[in-house]
Design a binder for this molecule. Structure first.
Ligand code: GLN
Length: 483
């Protein structure tokens, strides 16, 4: 059985009863058990088989019987959920996150929970309590798949499931999508309920996901989008039939390329491929033009993100006190118990971020750090919204390179790092729908570009995204099996 088919193809086999959800689930579980990318926190074998056994009569819903995996920072009923952190070891939630509940209702089969950078902080796929997650495109296991949604990226890119759920606070789905040859999509802030997603930085957090083509991405949004009374920040805005916008005419559309982001990338092969794609889009009647953004503002993206996200993370994670969830340590007082749990439970990166967060929130530092960062965030959002008043989308290379090696270190004050490696956070600052999709290969490793549109205009992303997909021809690709 070919488990690497996309959602639509699997659906056709399922409705024709050429395969059953149970057979498919078993085949996917076998593949996942053999996986060597260290991508799972938990394979839900028993639970998935039981769920799939109850799927008897096909519905016309495209997700019926379709296997998926979910990042382990989403609450899953009766299934251990760790956030890849020792502080939550042994925690078994009593409810499903809204996204899991919605997918289950459609008959999609949860195969397992995937690794992440601890508590979704980080981008290397190295900081979870199980260690490194590997890029399936590199069998020597020397390269990152990126993070923080590393496990979900690896399993989708390996070709075991046609889609996987992640979360994106700075770029945690859209960056690994570039390194793993996937379509990674984050809709507008508030479009998908975050009920049951462990909060990292609430003003920046989004539910996001991976698929292997743009149409499948639209299928998933149709299921996940919409108001949820359990998440007061979820939007009441009307949702669309997103699949209807894939492969629609795009001539006359206007796309902006931010010149300073483009210029911050030194890899000539990536730029060449990106230029080719822009030229092909022009050939389809799309207007593609350079626009400008203040380089100083772009160099401020990462520091501003860091101050805001660490501050919010420090506050959000204060509930992890070693009393309510996870292992309990003996101690003389509440603060003693808490100190032991947090000292033992959190890894280095988390502790460092809490120091930055606490420092930024200190009364005497707030104006200088937290409030100032908020102001700069707004300048960035205003600027991109202005660009989007004149253009239908902003298109830029998603990352400066193909998947880096684990021991790669970059110059952290270069434009290559500050801008090329961190610009995707603009989508989180402004809450805009943003999609990374593959545009090329270098040394057998994929790389991607990103398209971002106006808030709540997801249909435009699918329109432009499918146009880009049609010019690159990179659709339904996976490691070891470019089709
Ligand atoms: N890489 C970013 C960070 O280090 C983004 C994380 C995310 O989006 N969850 O925080």
């Amino acid at each position: 059985m070919d488990i690497s088919l996309n959602i639509k193809e699997l659906h056709e086999l399922l409705v024709k009863k050429e395969i059953t959800p149970l057979e498919l689930t078993k085949a996917v579980i076998e593949a996942c058990k053999k996986d060597t990318n260290n991508a799972f926190e938990y394979i839900a074998e028993k639970e998935a088989i039981e769920f799939a056994s109850n799927l008897k009569e096909p519905t016309d819903d495209l997700l019926w019987g379709i296997p998926f995996v979910c990042k382990d920072n989403f609450s899953s009923k009766d299934i251990p959920t760790t956030g890849s952190s020792n502080i939550l070891k042994g925690y078994v939630p009593i409810f499903d996150a809204t996204v899991i509940e919605k997918l289950k209702k459609k008959g999609a089969v949860l195969i397992g929970k995937t690794t992440l950078d601890e508590l979704a902080m980080g981008g290397s796929g190295m900081t979870g309590h199980l260690g490194r997650t590997y890029n399936p495109y590199d069998l020597t296991h020397e390269r990152k798949v990126g993070g923080s949604s590393c496990g979900s990226a690896a399993i989708c890119a390996a070709g075991y499931v046609p889609f996987s759920i992640g979360s994106d606070t700075g770029d945690s789905v859209r960056k690994p999508a570039s390194l793993a040859g996937l379509v990674g999509f984050k809709p507008s802030w508030g479009r998908i309920s975050r009920y049951g997603l462990f909060p990292f930085a609430t003003s920046l957090d989004h539910v996001a996901y991976f698929s292997r083509n743009v149409f499948d991405s639209a299928v998933i949004l149709e299921t996940l989008a919409g108001r949820d009374d359990k998440d007061s920040t979820s939007s009441n805005k009307e949702i669309d039939k997103y699949t209807a916008y894939c492969d629609t005419p795009i001539n006359g559309s206007k796309i902006a390329v931010i010149k300073e982001i483009y210029d911050s990338i030194s890899d000539k092969d990536i730029i060449k491929k990106f230029d080719d794609v822009c030229n092909a889009l022009k050939g389809k009647g799309i207007i593609v033009e350079f626009v400008h953004m203040d380089e100083k503002l772009l160099r401020a993206l990462f520091p501003v993100y860091f101050v805001i996200s660490c501050s919010e993370a420090t506050s959000n994670n204060s509930n992890l006190d070693g009393i309510k969830f996870g292992p309990r340590y003996e101690g003389d007082s509440y603060s003693d118990v808490m100190m032991k749990a947090r000292t033992n439970g959190f890894g280095e990166l988390i502790k460092r971020r809490f120091v930055v967060g606490s420092y930024s929130l200190l009364r005497e530092n707030q104006d200088e750090l937290f409030v100032r960062a908020q102001k700069i965030r707004h300048l960035v959002a205003d600027k991109v919204n202005m660009i989007l008043n004149d253009y239908d989308g902003i298109f830029v290379p998603a990352a400066p390179s193909v998947a880096p090696k684990f021991d790669d270190s970059s110059d952290q004050i270069s434009n290559e790092y500050l801008i090329a490696d961190n610009h995707l956070v603009i989508g989180n600052f402004a809450g805009l729908p943003s999609m990374t999709l593959p545009i090329g290969f270098k040394d057998n490793l994929p790389f991607g570009a990103n398209i971002m549109c106006k808030a709540y205009d997801e249909k435009e992303v699918f329109k432009l995204g499918s146009a880009i997909e049609s010019v690159t021809g990179l659709k339904d690709i996976y490691a070891g099996g470019k089709r």
